[in-house]
Design a protein around this ligand. Structure first.
Ligand SMILES: [Cu+2]
Length: 147
């Protein structure tokens, strides 16, 4: 069961059959930031991430980055993000992310961002994401040993 999650370390939060791993926010250059994390569904029913809010931002939206040639654009995720049974959804640079806009205060490396995730069936869960140096690459570089 935990095969896919074995290399993710410890879940930072759990709600129902869902577990949240590795939340982080690259330190933003402006009044707008992205929040990334992984949701693992250990149950045998699908669930859906239907809402995200953060006390750090005036508004939080679920976005998907789409790369088309040299152009990267972002589109809102309509109707939430399905978390398949015995599967996972990864929010990571270049793909899905929670967009934090109208930041209440500038975010600096080491700050903690509190966010509340709302799932259709499992309910809500609070997570804390650390603001990281964007040059460190976040989870991707933490997962590799090429230093
Ligand atoms: Cu976005």
């Amino acid at each position: 069961m935990a095969m896919e999650t074995a290399d993710r370390g410890t879940a930072v939060a759990e709600v129902g059959h869902l577990a949240i791993y590795g939340p982080f926010v690259p330190a933003p250059p402006a009044d707008i930031a992205a929040l990334y994390f992984v949701v693992v569904n250990e149950g045998d029913e699908p669930d859906r991430l239907i809402g995200i809010s953060s006390t750090a931002a005036g508004m939080t939206m679920l976005h998907q980055s789409v790369t088309d040639g040299d152009t990267v654009s972002m589109t809102p995720v309509e109707g939430g993000l399905e978390i398949p049974p015995a599967g996972e959804v990864v929010l990571a640079p270049g793909g899905y992310h929670a967009m934090l806009t109208s930041l209440v205060e500038p975010l600096e490396v080491g700050d903690i961002v509190h966010a509340t995730l709302e799932f259709e069936f499992a309910g809500t869960v609070m997570i804390e994401a650390t603001v990281m140096d964007p040059a460190s690459g976040g989870m991707e570089s933490m997962a590799s040993d090429d230093e």
